[in-house]
Design a protein around this ligand. Structure first.
Ligand SMILES: NC(=O)c1ccc[n+]([C@@H]2O[C@H](COP(=O)([O-])OP(=O)(O)OC[C@H]3O[C@@H](n4cnc5c(N)ncnc54)[C@H](O)[C@@H]3O)[C@@H](O)[C@H]2O)c1
Ligand SMILES: [Fe+2]
Length: 378
């Protein structure tokens, strides 16, 4: 049984300037990014690369339509390397741009197993969440299916993942919060995955420790302190990416895709909706085993960060919900526009489209249980 695979090489630079010099960025390179990430940091280098701004092709998280439009734009360039500088949205689109062997997005989903890499891919994450720089999956909203779905291919692994915390300086607090919660969910879902190994667990635990340490500082002080810990969050999200890249996320991610697809709730925010409720159901259904270990880890982290006492009687899962609420107040699904009539189709869509993730759940969840969790979050 595989224990751990870490791809690609992970590097760090203090500045984009240092990275651009080392990689000799220029002709043959295309940077996929957002204008507001490019202008303050990258523009000063006067690079001879092609530059594509993702937001010109559609707002929000990636869709099949947006990605196909960018694939069309790419034909203007004779690109040998693609440098993705952005959050999970940019990174996931870039992963599709380097693929060969499919004619359009639907065809690529059908031929996932045989896709090949046609260009070099360098990924620089500018949020501290997805860990997409070290995974071989891109998640697109398949507009005809009405849900988000992962496209998985070894051809999507980056050639280099480069961590440059300078980019996090412009990250709005809310994106920091939702993306780092996403990273925490990756670490926890990977830890509870029945296929977790000692190796993947080690990356999960380190990521959990680093993120909760920062969250306790936010709870004790103020939201602004996150910037002092930006480098740690960037490393933690990469580590959580390594963990879930090896065994996958579970029910929280599976449930998040329906609301993400229909109501365009950002990925980290939609995971946040179901994170604590799913953990509570796991606790009710099967406390003990790895969940108990996880609860010990969570409580130790929150106690050492001063958020609770080491002997606090409350369940670690309840305490985790309270800590997350300090980082970002939790919302109900109806605040995003979800109505009662969505519950049944959401549960159906989760069961129909997300078996890849549901099979990784700590305890199997039935369609009725999934529906009950959606109902409790309405
Ligand atoms: N492939 C994977 O392994 C994986 C894992 C988890 C999530 N995802 C996907 O990633 C996407 C979410 O990614 P995300 O949470 O990083 O958010 P995002 O990429 O959608 O970014 C959120 C917003 O923040 C802006 N932004 C990003 N970096 C910035 C910076 N440094 N300064 C200012 N603004 C900045 C973006 O332009 C965007 O408006 C979803 O589509 C999700 O499905 C993929
Ligand atoms: Fe995620």
């Amino acid at each position: 049984m595989k224990q751990i695979l870490i791809k690609p090489e992970i590097q760090s630079y203090d500045t984009f300037k240092a990275f651009a010099a080392e990689y000799e960025l220029g002709e043959g390179d295309v940077i996929l990014t957002n204008e507001y990430i490019y202008s303050p940091i990258m523009a000063a280098e006067n690079l001879k690369c092609g530059v594509i701004y993702q937001e010109k092709y559609g707002m929000g998280e990636p869709t099949d339509v947006m990605t196909e439009a960018i694939l069309e734009e790419m034909k203007k360039y004779n690109a040998k390397r693609i440098i993705a500088v952005g959050g999970g949205t940019i990174i996931d689109i870039a992963k599709v741009l380097v693929l060969e062997g499919g004619d359009g997005i639907d065809d690529m989903y059908d031929k996932m197993a045989s896709l090949k890499k046609g260009k070099e891919l360098i990924i620089i994450p500018t949020t501290c969440g997805t860990g997409s720089e070290v995974t071989n999956i891109a998640v697109l909203n398949r507009t005809k299916l009405g849900t988000k779905q992962g496209m998985v291919s070894t051809a999507m692994f980056a050639d280099k993942a480069v961590l440059i915390s300078e980019f996090l300086g412009s990250l709005p607090y809310k994106v920091f919060a939702t993306s780092s919660i996403d990273a925490l969910v990756h670490a926890v879902e990977s830890y509870l995955n029945p296929d977790a190994t000692v190796f993947s667990g080690m990356y999960s635990v380190k990521a959990i420790e680093m993120i909760l340490k920062g969250y306790c500082r936010i709870a004790a002080d103020s939201p602004e302190v996150w910037k002092e810990d930006a480098k740690d969050y960037l490393i933690a999200s990469c580590m959580a990416g390594i963990a879930f890249s090896n065994n996958g996320c579970g029910a929280v991610h599976a449930m998040a895709y329906a609301i993400g697809g229909k109501y365009h709730v950002p990925h980290g925010e939609s995971n946040y909706q179901y994170f604590v409720p799913v953990l509570k159901v796991y606790e009710e259904k099967e406390s003990g085993g790895r969940l108990e270990e996880l609860k010990d880890i969570l409580k130790k982290c929150m106690a050492s960060g001063g958020f609770c006492g080491a002997e606090d009687d409350k369940s670690a899962i309840v305490l985790l919900g309270e800590l997350l609420d300090k980082v970002l107040p939790a919302k109900k699904m109806r605040e995003y526009g979800v109505v009662q009539e969505d519950i049944e189709p959401f549960a159906q869509s989760t069961v129909d489209n997300q078996q890849r993730l549901l099979k990784n759940s700590y305890v199997p969840l039935s369609q009725e249980e999934i529906k009950a969790i959606y109902q409790s979050c309405l």
